[in-house]
Write a protein that binds this ligand. Structure first.
Ligand code: FES
Length: 151
């Protein structure tokens, strides 16, 4: 996966021209794109199609105060990561832990059938980042070791 930076706006082509206005908006102007320094939770998942997504979370007092993502996937994957992180921001950790593929699809006003798996990748990566936070919140030293490549 390439280095997180700033998307210049993903390609918005659709084989059958059925992207919703919300999908097109999130492809052209992705929200929360890029990595996050010293994140409280992070996950990176490669889906069966070979596309990879990362999600980073900042958590304060049980609330997700910031979320960001990066992907090497196509435009709809960018839109799904953008929407997943928008949904996560301001949510309680427990609520974010149950973010579903359908919820992301609904917020995007749907995706073409051959692209619904992009929302699944985003939901899975977001939930994994929340679990990463939960796994390390009481033992932050483990994260320090992991960053150092010791575990
Ligand atoms: Fe595979 Fe979007 S095309 S995640």
């Amino acid at each position: 996966m390439g280095e997180p930076g700033t998307y210049e706006g993903g390609k918005a082509e659709s084989a059958d021209g059925t992207y919703s206005a919300t999908v097109l908006d999130n492809i052209r102007e992705p929200r929360n794109a890029g990595s996050m320094a010293n994140a409280d939770g992070h996950a990176m998942i490669t889906g069966p199609c070979g596309d990879t997504m990362s999600v980073w979370l900042r958590v304060r007092d049980g609330l997700i105060t910031d979320a960001s993502f990066w992907t090497d996937g196509c435009g709809t994957t960018i839109a799904a990561g953008s929407m997943a992180t928008e949904l996560a921001r301001g949510r309680k950790v427990a609520q974010a832990l149950s973010t579903s593929q359908q919820e992301i699809l609904d917020a995007l006003e749907g995706l073409p059938e051959d692209r619904v798996h992009c929302a699944l990748l985003a939901a899975n990566t977001l939930r994994a980042a929340v679990r990463d936070y939960l796994n390390h919140r009481n033992e932050p030293w483990k994260r320090a070791y992991r960053k150092g490549g010791l575990s």
